[in-house]
Design a protein around this ligand. Structure first.
Ligand code: NDP
Length: 283
């Protein structure tokens, strides 16, 4: 039976360290790391994420500002707010909660955020830096996954790592981070043939597809570490991952649950990026 990797516990440990470093920064400089979160419209899931981000900031002693803009906000208004925050020396990190309403161009918004304040690490300058391994910020979800893997004590070097999913937010940067830790990395996607053959080779399997219970125990190698990024609702409205937990835990050595696995780590890594940004900018 697999050991459960608790995202809540790992996240708590990392947040305690962040809180300590933030208070040391405050003692030295009189400044708190500052995060501005912009949300446009009323998407209920986004509202929850934004509330949790503000709560996370409070927990570790950061300054946070939340800008709630109406659904019909014009692109110029959103860009003007971003520009104001780019020039605000009390704000070290800016994020605009995605998805945006359809009439707003997400790419343009990402490009408008100063790369030094881009704590989501979505700006091409930051994604490029991740490619060459010389980064300030890591994308939050893949960075959280790496922390969870590290918490098992297993060294990624030389391991067969398989990432299922190739989104810009999760799959692609995840593969890069595993590669930087010297894993032998394969990325699978919707056109991959013989998915099971590939996933079954994985010593470390990271799944980010967005389909409930998509990876079942028979697709997993004995003793693998399985990290489930997926967040889905099943027919009963219950939160489930992309991995069929009951069959997978019989085969894996370590597995993350949903909820309580990757989810709690994502905001923690955002706080880490905000702290990094603050240290750089205050310097
Ligand atoms: P996307 O929809 O952007 O990407 C899904 C990926 O899965 C695509 O690359 C797609 O391939 C691939 N895929 C789809 N069907 C198959 C298939 N049959 N076989 C193999 N691969 C397939 O999703 P995201 O990466 O944004 O998110 C993935 C999941 O992770 C979602 O459930 C999301 O909610 C969750 N998530 C969780 C976070 C957290 O904090 N825990 C943060 C971000 C996301 P192709 O490219 O060929 O279409």
């Amino acid at each position: 039976m697999a050991q459960i990797i608790s995202g809540k516990e790992v996240s708590q440990r990392v947040r305690e360290r962040i809180k300590l470093e933030a208070s040391e920064l405050f003692e030295k400089t009189g400044k708190k790391p500052g995060l501005a979160v912009i949300i446009v419209g009323e998407d209920p899931a986004s509202q929850v994420y934004v509330r949790n981000k503000a709560k996370g900031c409070e927990e570790v002693g950061f300054h946070s500002e939340v800008y709630r803009l109406p659904e019909d906000t014009k692109m110029e208004e959103l860009l003007a707010l971003i520009e104001k925050l780019n020039n605000d020396c009390n704000i070290h990190g800016i994020l605009c909660q995605l998805p945006l309403p359809k009439h707003l161009d997400e790419t343009e918004v990402i490009l408008a955020i100063n790369p030094n304040k881009d704590v989501d690490a979505f700006h091409p300058v930051n994604t490029g830096k991740i490619m060459i391994g010389n980064y300030s910020f890591l994308p939050c979800t893949p960075a959280g996954v790496m922390e969870l893997i590290a918490s098992t004590g297993v060294d990624v070097a030389g391991k067969e790592c398989v990432v299922v999913g190739r989104s810009n937010i999760v799959g692609k940067p995840q593969a890069m981070l595993l590669l930087q830790k010297n894993g032998t990395v394969t990325i699978c996607h919707s056109k991959t043939k013989n998915l099971k053959e590939t996933t079954k080779r994985a010593d470390i399997l990271v799944v980010a597809v967005g389909r409930a219970n998509f990876i079942t125990g028979d697709m997993i190698k004995d003793g693998a570490i399985v990290v489930d990024v997926g967040i889905n609702r099943n027919e009963e409205g219950k939160l489930v991952g992309d991995v069929h937990f009951e069959s997978a835990e019989k085969v894996a050595s370590y597995i993350t649950p949903v909820p309580g696995g990757v989810g709690p780590m994502t905001i923690t890594m955002l706080l880490q990026n905000t702290l990094t940004a603050a240290k750089e900018q205050i310097k």
